[in-house]
Design a protein around this ligand. Structure first.
Ligand code: GLU
Length: 467
């Protein structure tokens, strides 16, 4: 390829960064990085009524979190209105666009009439200039929209990077509105001017835009602008087979950040959802960039699988550095109302993370374990009934007594436990289960001596003596 590879992601700031958009961003980013190209972030904020700064902030935060660094941007469309106006004026001067004064009521009537005749409800072209044609009189006080002179005949064809060749007849589409009455351009026009000006070579986006692409190609051609290549990725489906939507669970990147997922797990899972490299399920950012060349993208919709995502996340949590996990778990603990001093976060919490990370699939789950070391513990009722029997209570008292005076090291604690077992003739589980239930609230914990050492003498004694 001779021209520089330049890709972009162009989210509309009318909400958080949707998982589908995040995946397209990821593909665009990886494609640019793979070919040593550039990746641009453009904020499509022309829907003034629905765009918010809060959404922009969330989108930027999600991009940062996923590590999708961009070489240019964020570029805001609302700061480019002069440029759109310049191109609109040019198209009008060249007879490739025109003012349309039809009222919404008039357009509705045209549509209804066409439908009644069994025709497609397209604009009837009444304001489209043509040699020898008399246009209607311009009504007073009506602000016009601008429409694009779409070619009336012929076909638009492109070889989609994901879906293969696609052809749509120009008879299926009409003279699209490219600027509203307030002069603000519509999506299909602004996107073309931007992709042209920003020298975008490859456009990856969701396949809900396939119907827009013929218009965009016609506008590119009218402007004499080079065409990018298009790749339309299929939607992501929920586990019920319906389009993934808010009603069916978390669809924002932010929700997963807050839900205790690691960004590298999310990146891995999102990339794999709709793309593959052999049988590889786990790969890091560098491997993705190495492998992602725009091929092997699935043509059919992918299904969001929360269980698989949890599994992927668990693999990354196992490998994660304990200091890093401690920082993330500390944030989750704050949400549980447990604020830790930084000395604990730096020295103690990493040990808790090391001990429990193998059994956790999110940092939220890890924080729930950690909370038992810093907050209150209430024993699981069923397990308490099963394990905290009258017979074992004297043994628990004996253990508490011996733990009062011993060194507070794993080895010394293990020796005390052995002594108690020897004195009472109990088997390890008969002692370990009730102690775990009392100290951590549940009978399923890692090695008892380690848990007790980490919990600290004061808490262990208080909890053993609480019955
Ligand atoms: N703002 C559009 C969207 O979020 C961008 C589509 C495109 O990439 O062209 O769907």
């Amino acid at each position: 390829m001779t021209n520089k590879i330049r890709t972009r992601i162009a989210p509309s700031p009318t909400g958080f960064l949707h998982l589908g958009t995040a995946r397209t961003a990821l593909y665009s980013w990886a494609f640019a990085r793979h070919f040593g190209g550039e990746f641009v972030l453009r904020i499509e904020d022309t829907d003034v009524a629905r765009s918010t700064q809060d959404s922009v902030d969330q989108i930027l935060q999600s991009m940062r979190w996923l590590g999708l660094d961009y070489d240019e941007g964020p570029i805001y469309q609302m700061q480019r209105l002069d440029r759109y106006k310049e191109v609109l004026d040019l198209l009008i001067a060249q007879g490739k666009a025109y003012y349309c004064y039809s009222s919404p009521e008039e357009l509705d009537a045209v549509r209804e009439a066409k439908k009644a005749r069994g025709e497609k409800a397209l604009y009837d072209g009444r304001w489209r200039p043509a040699p020898g044609k008399n246009l209607p009189a311009i009504p007073d006080g009506v602000k016009p929209v601008i429409r694009f002179c779409n070619p009336p005949d012929g076909e638009v064809t492109w070889d989609d990077l994901v879906k293969g060749p696609i052809t749509i007849s120009n008879r299926e589409i009409d003279d699209l509105i490219i600027a509203r009455t307030d002069g603000i351009p519509t999506y299909n026009f602004a996107v073309v001017v931007d992709d042209w000006d920003m020298r975008i070579s490859h456009v990856f986006r969701g396949d809900e835009h396939i119907n827009n692409t013929p218009w965009q190609i016609n506008i590119f051609n009218a402007l004499g602008a080079p065409l990018p290549q298009f790749g339309h990725c299929p939607v992501i489906l929920g586990d019920d087979g319906q389009k993934l939507s808010k009603r069916r669970g978390a669809v924002s990147v932010t929700a997963y950040e807050e839900g205790g997922y690691l960004p590298e797990a999310m990146l891995n899972y999102l990339a794999r959802l709709g793309w593959s490299h052999g049988d590889e399920e786990l790969f890091n950012r560098e491997q993705l960039v190495d492998w992602f060349d725009g091929t092997h993208l699935n043509k059919s919709p992918a299904q969001w699988d929360p269980v698989k995502l949890l599994w992927v996340n668990a693999q990354y949590i196992k490998q994660a550095d304990n200091m890093r996990l401690a920082g993330l778990v500390a944030q989750q603990l704050t949400k549980l109302g447990i604020g830790l001093e930084s000395s604990l976060v730096e020295s103690h919490l990493p040990q808790v993370c090391a001990l429990f990370k193998d059994r956790c699939d999110t940092t939220v789950a890890l924080a729930q374990w950690a909370a038992k070391f810093y907050g209150d513990v209430s024993p699981n009722a069923t397990e308490a009934a099963q394990h905290l029997t009258a017979e074992v209570r004297p043994t628990l008292a004996l253990l508490a007594g011996k733990l009062t005076g011993c060194d507070w090291t794993r080895a010394a604690i293990a020796t005390v436990i052995k002594e108690v077992l020897a004195t009472t003739g109990l088997k390890m589980p008969q002692l370990a289960m009730p102690v775990r239930v009392l100290v951590l609230g549940t009978a399923q914990t890692p090695s008892l001596d380690l848990v007790l050492e980490l919990c600290g003498r004061e808490k262990v004694l208080a909890r053993l003596n609480s019955i």
